[in-house]
Design a protein around this ligand. Structure first.
Ligand code: AMP
Length: 409
């Protein structure tokens, strides 16, 4: 089955065409036939496209709305020289990444009018993300008369117990406005934790305890027992938890009130401060990019060093806390651009956790870059692995299962 995966942002559409079916998904043999991204929709857009076994292609041109972007993508997928399809009707289904599914969507789901209404009801919880996701769906629905499936960033975390998702705020805020922890990056945490269970031969084992660290531009960490998320670091919004590229992660909520007062900031300025000017960039003043920071640190840049140190310290604190939550640990997984590539970050964030059963093998760690690999020592009771994430593949697999009438995983 050929599934088109769409991930629509406010001015971008990321896409992948994936060939998958039940047997190839179980065997891990399903694959992307083509992928790419359209950026800067609304102006002079850039379209990048790469089909299996071909040279990447880049085009520039005016694209004013998501529907035209999807139309252009379909044009490339069926173009004689670079296409992988003869006709767009070869696309069997479309899987849409949706950011927020609130408390209603606990699994991926076929989109109908009622579901669409439910996703629209979650706009209050993700005002920047759900509207472009919905826009992308509407555009794709007009162009492709097939079944469409929504896969949510939040649904994997719906198994968290109340003690993990409730904040110490008046309960009425939860009742009236849904103020609670939802968590994000669910497709990534689910993908790598499932893969970890497969590697360990423990799929379906209710006692398996895994901590997954998704470390990219956005970062989050999840405690997973028996394949179910029991706690995660992002909250009502993706702002909470680990230090990120430009987001603050955990801070004293009182800081927001204080800084808004002393700096005379409005809501949108405070929002930009916390989401765009904080994190690694905010502390270092150099970059939000971990590569650049590690380079600057090696050249003696003090604030770059401190920023990296805060990043690793906080990550270590969360790993240790989640070992407590899980009452032990079988495996820690690193994924995302930093988790998959940044050798010193992995080393620094588990250093000292040997007493908790996590012992890194430094040679294995140094050799593991963007590949699936064990990086723990043979005698480490808790395993440490690098597992590259693949959110698009998981979206395609969910879509395939749902349109085939199989139960969602
Ligand atoms: P992502 O959002 O998953 O694409 O991850 C982006 C982050 O991964 C950025 O902070 C990059 O600097 C970081 N990253 C990618 N490759 C490396 C590398 N080789 N070493 C350190 N950080 C890296």
């Amino acid at each position: 089955m050929k599934v088109l995966v769409l991930n629509c942002g406010s001015s971008s559409v990321k896409f992948q065409l994936v060939e998958t079916d039940e047997a190839s998904a179980v065997a891990g043999r399903d694959r992307a036939l083509a992928k790419g991204i359209v950026e800067n929709i609304g102006g002079l857009a850039i379209l990048r496209y790469e089909a299996e076994g071909q040279k990447p292609l880049k085009e520039t041109g005016e694209i004013l709305e998501h529907k035209i972007a999807v139309e252009r993508i379909l044009g490339l997928l069926t173009r004689e020289d670079v296409g992988v399809l003869r006709d767009r009707r070869e696309i069997d289904a479309v899987g849409h990444r949706m950011v927020h599914g609130g408390e209603r969507f606990k699994t991926s789901v076929l989109i109908d009018d009622d579901v669409l209404g439910g996703i629209e009801d979650c706009i209050d919880l993700a005002p920047l993300h759900n509207p472009p996701n919905i826009k992308g769906y509407r555009a794709a629905r007009e162009l492709l008369q097939v079944l469409h499936v929504a896969v949510f960033d939040t649904s994997f975390h719906q198994t968290m117990p109340a003690e993990a998702y409730l904040y110490g705020l008046p309960y009425v805020l939860y009742q009236r406005h849904g103020v609670r922890r939802y968590g994000f990056h669910g497709t990534s945490h689910r993908f790598v934790s499932r893969r970890m269970a497969e590697i360990l031969g423990r799929v379906g084992d209710p006692t398996l305890r895994v901590i997954t660290c998704h470390l990219g531009n956005g970062c989050s960490i999840t405690a997973i027992r028996g394949g179910h998320s029991v706690d995660t670091s992002m909250g009502l919004t993706p702002l909470e938890g680990l230090l990120m590229g430009t987001r603050a992660g955990d801070i004293d909520a009182g800081i927001v009130l204080h800084v808004m007062t002393v700096e005379e900031l409005g809501i949108s300025e405070a929002n930009a401060l916390l989401n765009k000017h904080s994190g690694l960039l905010g502390i270092s003043g150099v970059s939000n990019d971990m590569r650049a920071l590690l380079q600057a640190e090696s050249e003696g840049h003090e604030r770059a060093r401190v920023a990296v140190e805060v990043f690793c310290y906080r990550l270590k604190k969360y790993i240790a806390a989640y070992v407590g939550v899980l009452e032990g640990i079988d495996a820690v997984v690193f994924t995302g651009g930093i988790g998959e590539n940044a050798i010193p970050i992995r080393a620094r964030s588990v250093a000292g956790l040997e007493t908790m059963g996590l012992r890194l093998d430094h040679e294995r760690n140094a050799a593991a870059r963007a590949i699936e690999a064990e990086v723990s020592a043979d005698d480490s009771p808790g395993k440490i692995w690098v597992i590259p994430t693949n959110e698009e593949l998981l979206i395609a697999r969910d879509t395939m299962r749902i349109v085939s009438g199989l139960p969602p995983e």
